[in-house]
Design a protein around this ligand. Structure first.
Ligand SMILES: Nc1ncnc2c1ncn2[C@@H]1O[C@H](COP(=O)(O)OP(=O)(O)OP(=O)(O)O)[C@@H](O)[C@H]1O
Ligand SMILES: [Mg+2]
Length: 268
């Protein structure tokens, strides 16, 4: 990695290059997330919020993701008693200063589903697309190589070895305590309820979303990472999936997609 990339003017030191963000350690002990324009795609190369690969770029996606994250973290702060890692957001620089966080193991993703779509359909062949799932929560281990295994609470809390699509997943002595698992579960439900209401008010239908949580230096559970168009699926009233730009326009610029006359039957 070139030196200028490792060290920014403000003394920030690059610690990780993620798919959609670069992560820097700041001299003040906090962390700086630099949002990039990368799109995540699934194994089939199609755009997928849960995708494990970066697949091309889209202009302004980083800025839009940061604006949405800032919006949702403020919404959560105003309405729920759930702490987030956000310290400050700089839309001119595409950066967000956040608290330094320990993830649970290599990180857990908390998925919440109002209706059956995406990878849920691939795993549950007998379930019809669009079936109501009543905000079902699924928890997956962040493990791109093994396809982000979805396991149950006992597995994540107690540890041990598990099988996921023929691969052995070793959770050692466990990656999260039982009370922290329960807290993340409740937070996932509460945040999703809030976001569902926010879309309803815009005439839009929330389908599914994913979050990450972590622990601060004082072991407090906080919402981390981002909530952006890449974290969620949203449909208009006619069942058409909103593109990332559309989600940004609907939420940040209050553009009305509630009465959209787009074609039905697009491949979602
Ligand atoms: N407050 C924080 N402190 C430390 N790390 C964080 C914090 N918030 C988010 N992260 C981590 O920073 C990375 C952000 O980059 P990005 O979202 O691009 O990663 P990613 O490609 O999704 O990586 P991964 O494969 O680890 O999910 C993630 O690994 C995320 O867990
Ligand atoms: Mg990520």
């Amino acid at each position: 990695m070139p030196t200028q990339e490792k060290q920014q003017n403000n003394g920030a030191r690059l610690i990780k290059k993620g798919k959609t963000k670069d992560v820097y350690a700041l001299p003040n002990g906090n962390v700086l997330l630099k949002f990039k324009d990368n799109i995540t795609v699934g194994d089939d190369g199609k755009e997928d919020p849960g995708g494990n690969k970066a697949g091309g770029t889209r202009q302004n996606l980083g800025k839009q993701s940061l604006a949405l994250t800032k919006y949702y973290f403020h919404l959560i702060d105003k309405n729920l008693n759930i702490p987030t890692h956000m310290v400050d957001a700089n839309l001119a620089e595409n950066t967000m200063e956040v608290l330094p966080i320990k993830t649970f193991g290599n990180g857990l993703e908390w998925i919440c589903r109002a209706k059956a779509e995406g990878s849920f359909l691939k795993r549950n062949k007998n379930i019809m697309r669009g079936m109501p799932l009543n905000n079902l929560v699924e928890v997956s281990l962040k493990d791109d190589e093994n396809g982000d295994p979805i396991l149950n609470k006992n597995a994540f809390v107690c540890g041990g070895k598990y099988n996921w699509n023929g691969k052995e997943i070793d959770l050692g002595n466990g990656v999260i305590s039982s009370p922290n698992f329960d807290l993340c579960y409740i937070y996932t439900k509460q945040i999703t309820d809030l976001i569902i209401k926010d879309f309803k008010k815009r005439g839009l239908e929330f389908i599914d979303i994913k979050y990450e949580f972590g622990l601060t230096r004082t072991n407090k559970v906080v919402l981390i990472d981002e909530i952006s168009a890449g974290s969620m699926r949203v449909f208009d009233k006619k069942g058409n999936k909103l593109e990332k730009d559309d989600i940004y326009e609907a939420v940040i610029n209050d553009k009305n997609f509630g009465m959209s006359k787009r074609d039905m039957g697009r491949d979602l």
